[in-house]
Design a protein around this ligand. Structure first.
Ligand code: SP5
Ligand code: ZN
Length: 313
């Protein structure tokens, strides 16, 4: 029997504010609720998908967020999110990274609910299921210990990893979004027992537009200077999956922004690529907690998600 995939689906009801960049041009917002709708449409086409709502006390989620993020950063987020005007902050950004993520009214509440989805997915896996997929929005992998960025406020993947650890599982994190999981790396530096692998477009050519290299031995970064062929990408993936040899569960930060035509991407993968990627992960024979990160090509998202689900055998 091929295993079920439980998808945790909440509607964030949150909208990122546009702001003027340094040249005075209004920023274009591709990170929208419609993305999640399209992804859900694709997942619905897989008959092994079943649906769940986030089912965890927000106090418990808050406690996990308190462990992942700095108190001062969380205080800033909580306070600023209650204001009606949105704030582009320059204090809580990663070193050298331009502020790009306004704290809009309701941002913290929405981010906490995204964490709740990720924690619910983690609990589904600790309960014995093989695959859980949290349709998190806003995304999380650019949120660090004390910084936001790239539409991320709270790090859903890190919170899920911590939840799995609390249940006694050895856990690793794999980030396959187009962009480097710089926030996750920043957080996991403090967790030497969690192996972390990120494959991404060169961080000099794509967000966060700063040089990155692993700060600790348990982190592996593969930055592609040019768009990789499917084979080149999978070769690097295969070369690094051994890093997860000793885990009981894997958190996968998943972005569909590898796809041709993604407004924040630059690669040429086709939807079927996610099926191949998923079968590589399925072959690890460990439970997966998939956490939604980026992916902005609205017309392609359903096909990408369907392909991914079909590959999780
Ligand atoms: C979670 C995630 O995928 N965050 C990505 C943040 C990327 N922000 C980039 C903003 C710059 C907009 N320029 C787009 C032009 C690309 N051709
Ligand atoms: Zn991305």
């Amino acid at each position: 029997m091929t295993p079920l995939i439980t998808v945790v689906h909440e509607v964030a009801g949150f909208q990122l504010a546009s702001f003027r960049d340094r040249d005075g041009n209004p920023s274009v917002i591709n990170e929208t609720e419609a993305r999640i709708g399209r992804i859900a449409d694709g997942l619905r086409q897989c008959d092994r998908v079943q649906w769940a709502r986030a089912d965890v006390a927000l106090d418990d989620v808050t406690r996990l967020a308190d462990e992942v993020h700095a108190p001062g950063y969380l205080a800033f987020l909580r306070t600023t999110s209650t204001r009606s005007e949105s704030v582009i902050d320059t204090q809580f950004v990663a070193p050298g990274v331009l502020p790009d993520t306004p704290v809009t009214s309701g941002a913290y509440a929405a981010a906490l609910r995204a964490c709740a989805s990720a924690v619910t997915a983690a609990q589904i896996v600790t309960g014995g299921e093989r695959y859980a997929y949290a349709l998190c929005r806003p995304p999380g992998h650019h949120a660090g210990h004390a910084f936001l960025g790239g539409y991320c406020y709270l790090n859903n993947a890190a919170v899920a990893a911590l939840a799995l650890q609390r249940a006694g599982m050895r856990v690793g994190v794999l980030d396959v979004d187009y962009h480097h999981g710089n926030g996750t790396a920043d957080i996991l530096v403090r967790h030497p027992d969690v192996p972390f692998v990120s494959l991404h477009a060169s961080t000099l050519q794509a967000f966060p537009y700063v040089d990155t290299s692993p700060a600790v031995a348990q982190h592996r970064f593969v930055g592609f200077d040019a768009p990789p062929s499917d084979e080149a990408y999978l070769h690097q993936l295969d070369a690094h999956l051994g890093h997860f040899a000793n885990v009981d569960a894997l958190v996968v930060s998943l972005g569909y922004d590898l796809i041709e035509g993604d407004p924040h991407g630059g690669w040429q993968m086709q939807p079927a690529f996610f099926g191949v990627l998923a079968s590589r992960l399925a072959a690890l024979r460990v439970p997966l907690v998939v956490v939604q990160e980026g992916g902005y090509a609205l017309g392609q998202l359903a096909a990408c998600a369907r392909s991914l689900a079909e590959g999780l055998t």
